[in-house]
Design a protein around this ligand. Structure first.
Ligand code: G3H
Ligand code: 13P
Ligand code: ZN
Length: 313
C-alpha cells in the first residue's frame, strides 16, 4: 500500500468517534516501535517529522525508513511534516513525497497566517495525489525545537475566528489551543490539569464534520518519569495531560492527537535503566532494543486506551 494522505483517515475517525495517533519519528528504533504496535492493533498511523528531525536524521533516511514500514506493515500510513514554518519547507517535503504537511502560522497575525496557509494549501492541493494541509489557530505553550513559547505568549483558540480561517485558507484540518502544551511540564506543580472543552465544543459547532488536531498531547507517563529519576535523571514535576481527557477529545471532533514526549520518555527511561544495570555493556543494541520495546508498548497502550483506533486500519 502506498503512503496515504490524512483525508480518508480523518473522515472515518470523525464518524467513528476516535482519533489517529501522530507520532514523531527521528530514527529507526522509534519508527519500528511505533509500527510494531500499529501492526499488532491493526491501526492507521501518522508518522510525523519535525524540522528538527529532518536536520538530525536527513529527510531521505527518514523517508526510506517510512517506506520500509509500509512494506513491513501494509497499514495505511501518512507521512506528515510537523510544525512547518515556511512555504519553502512545506514545498520541499511535498516534493520529497510527504502526503501531509502542517503549516504553523499560529505565531503570526490572523491575516498573515491566512495568507501563508493559503499559499501552502494551493500548492499541496494542486498535487496528484492531493496532499493534505494542517493549519493552526491559537498558540500552545512549551518548547518545540529551539522555539520556546512562554505562558504569557500562549493563547487559546478564539472560536469566532475558525470559520473564516478555514473558509479562506481551504486547510484540511485545524490544530487548536485548549490548554495542552508541548514538552514534559504541561501544568504547574499543584495545578489541576484542565482542558477547555468548551472551546473545542464551540469550534466543532462552527465547523461541523471538520477534523480538529490536538498538539502537546502526551500524558507524560509517570512510570517512565519515575524510572528516569531513579536512574540518574532529573525531571521533577514532569506532568502531562490525563488520558481520560484525551479519550474524551478523541470521541469529539479531535481526529489527530500528537505524541512525542511520551516516546522520548519511554526511550530515555529504558536506556538509563539498561546503562545503570549493565555498566559493562557497550553494544548499543542491548539498550536500543529495550527502548524500542518500550515505545511499542506505550504506543499500543495509546492506540487501545486513548485514541480508540485499534482495528480501524
Ligand atoms: O511539537 C514538537 C515536537 O515534539 C517535535 O519536537 O522539534 O524537537 O523535533 P522537535
Ligand atoms: P508532546 O510534547 O505533548 O508529545 O506534543 C508533541 C507535539 O505536539 C508534536 O507536534
Ligand atoms: Zn506540536
Amino acid at each position: 500500500m502506498p503512503l496515504v494522505s490524512t483525508k480518508e483517515m480523518f473522515k472515518k475517525a470523525y464518524e467513528g468517534g476516535y482519533a489517529i495517533g501522530a507520532f514523531n519519528v527521528n530514527n529507526m528504533e522509534i519508527i519500528q516501535g511505533i509500527v510494531n504496535a500499529a501492526k499488532k492493533c491493526n491501526a492507521p498511523l501518522i508518522l510525523q517529522v519535525s524540522a528538527g528531525a529532518r536536520k538530525y536524521a536527513n529527510q531521505t533516511y527518514l523517508i526510506k525508513l517510512v517506506e520500509a514500514a509500509l512494506i513491513d506493515s501494509n497499514l495505511p500510513i501518512a507521512l506528515h511534516l510537523d510544525h512547518g514554518d515556511t512555504f519553502e519547507l512545506c514545498k520541499d517535503c511535498i516534493d520529497g513525497g510527504f502526503t501531509s504537511v502542517m503549516i504553523d502560522g499560529s505565531h503570526l497575525p490572523f491575516e498573515d497566517n491566512v495568507e501563508l496557509t493559503r499559499r501552502v494549501v494551493d500548492y499541496a492541493h494542486s498535487r496528484d495525489p492531493y496532499v493534505t494541509v494542517e493549519a493552526e489557530l491559537g498558540r500552545l505553550e512549551g518548547v518545540e525545537d529551539d522555539i520556546n513559547v512562554s505562558a504569557e505568549d500562549a493563547s487559546y483558540t478564539d472560536p469566532d475566528e475558525v470559520q473564516e480561517f478555514v473558509r479562506r485558507t481551504g486547510c484540511d484540518s485545524l490544530a487548536i489551543a485548549i490548554g495542552t502544551s508541548h514538552g514534559a511540564y504541561k501544568f504547574k506543580p499543584g495545578q489541576k490539569p484542565e482542558l477547555r472543552f468548551d472551546i473545542l465544543e464551540e469550534v466543532s459547532k462552527r465547523l461541523p464534520g471538520f477534523p480538529i488536531v490536538l498538539h502537546g498531547a502526551s500524558s507524560v507517563v509517570p512510570e517512565y518519569v519515575d524510572i528516569i529519576n531513579k536512574y540518574g535523571g532529573n525531571m521533577p514535576d514532569a506532568i502531562g495531560v490525563p488520558e481520560n481527557m484525551l479519550r474524551k477529545a478523541a470521541s469529539m471532533a479531535v481526529c489527530k492527537i500528537n505524541i512525542d514526549s511520551d516516546l522520548r520518555l519511554a526511550m530515555t527511561a529504558m536506556i538509563r535503566k539498561n546503562m545503570a544495570e549493565h555498566p559493562e555493556n557497550f553494544d548499543p543494541r542491548k539498550y536500543l532494543g529495550p527502548a524500542r520495546d518500550a515505545i511499542e508498548s506505550i504506543v499500543e497502550h495509546k492506540i487501545i486506551n486513548v485514541l480508540g483506533c485499534d482495528g480501524k486500519a
